[in-house]
Design a binder for this molecule. Structure first.
Ligand code: IPE
Ligand code: IPE
Ligand code: MG
Length: 251
């Protein structure tokens, strides 16, 4: 495999970490064991992204729709999340990684919110990589919450309808201030977005792999990043405009 070009790395990588349950079921294990193994993959991926020099890493850890799973699985996932954050905050401090959360935190249990607040507070001065966890997150829910906030600001006279540009509206999203993801990876062979970052993924390069999340490796992460580097991002322009960086002769 060719070495990665440090000049052409995605600034922001987002990952839909899928396939923990199937990984476990294929091994006659409980689904939660798959989630536990998945947490180990998270560590590996965070470490590697940091080492390679990715500035923003966003992980889809629990969706708005995942609340409809059996209560026992939801409880186990919340407990695992809390344990993970508690255990890994020291490492985030060593690596200069800052925590961030997007999603509807009002729906998370109080103890999980307290743990998240502690971790966010502790790491708030870190400047190396921003690690965003999408928790109780749904793109449509985020968009409707943003629309409600815009409406409130218009009613309060802080904003006029004419002020609402793409940039302005984007600043009302949970991801306000973050660049859009350049690259999205989804594991486990599903080729869908599942309500993740609907607004922000407008021009993101998508990458799907059959590998279940607990089996995802550094090698595979590198393969995905190399694939990203082979792509031409045109943003609606022509290929000539991108590759020659001049106006084409024949319009
Ligand atoms: C992803 O793995 C983790 C979460 C959604 C919390 P899944 O639990 O969705 O695994 P599968 O898709 O059932 O295999
Ligand atoms: C998406 O995975 C959410 C997370 C990875 C947290 P799901 O497993 O919930 O997605 P669907 O239900 O297969 O679309
Ligand atoms: Mg799944």
């Amino acid at each position: 495999m060719l070495p990665l070009d440090p000049e052409r790395l995605p600034v922001h990588v987002a990952i839909i970490m899928d396939g923990n349950g199937r990984w476990a079921q294929e091994r006659m294990l409980k689904r939660i064991v798959g989630h536990q193994r998945g947490a180990e993959t998270v560590n590996m991926v965070v470490e590697h992204a940091w080492q390679v020099g990715i500035k923003y890493l966003t992980l889809f850890a629990f969706s708005s729709e995942n609340w409809s799973r059996p209560a026992i699985e939801v409880r186990a996932l919340m407990a695992l999340l809390k344990k993970y954050i508690r255990k890994e905050t020291a490492r985030m401090m060593r690596k200069n990684i800052r925590y961030n959360v997007i999603g509807n935190r009002a729906d998370l249990p109080d103890d999980v919110n307290e743990t998240l607040d502690d971790a966010i507070r502790q790491t708030s001065g870190n400047t190396g990589m921003l690690l965003t966890l999408a928790l109780s997150y749904g793109g449509r829910q985020e968009l409707s919450r943003a629309a409600a906030r815009v409406a409130r600001d218009v009613l309060a006279g802080k904003l006029t309808p004419e002020d609402i540009s793409v940039e302005k509206f984007g600043s009302y999203l949970d991801t306000g201030g973050l660049p859009d993801p350049d690259f999205l990876i989804r594991t486990s062979g599903e080729m869908r977005i599942s309500n993740f970052l609907l607004w922000q993924l407008a021009y993101t390069e998508l990458y799907f792999t059959e590998t279940n999340w607990p089996d995802f490796t550094i090698n595979e992460f590198n393969k995905a990043l190399a694939d990203f580097q082979s792509r031409e991002r045109r943003f609606g322009k022509t290929s000539d405009q991108i590759s020659l960086r001049t106006e084409p002769l024949n319009v």
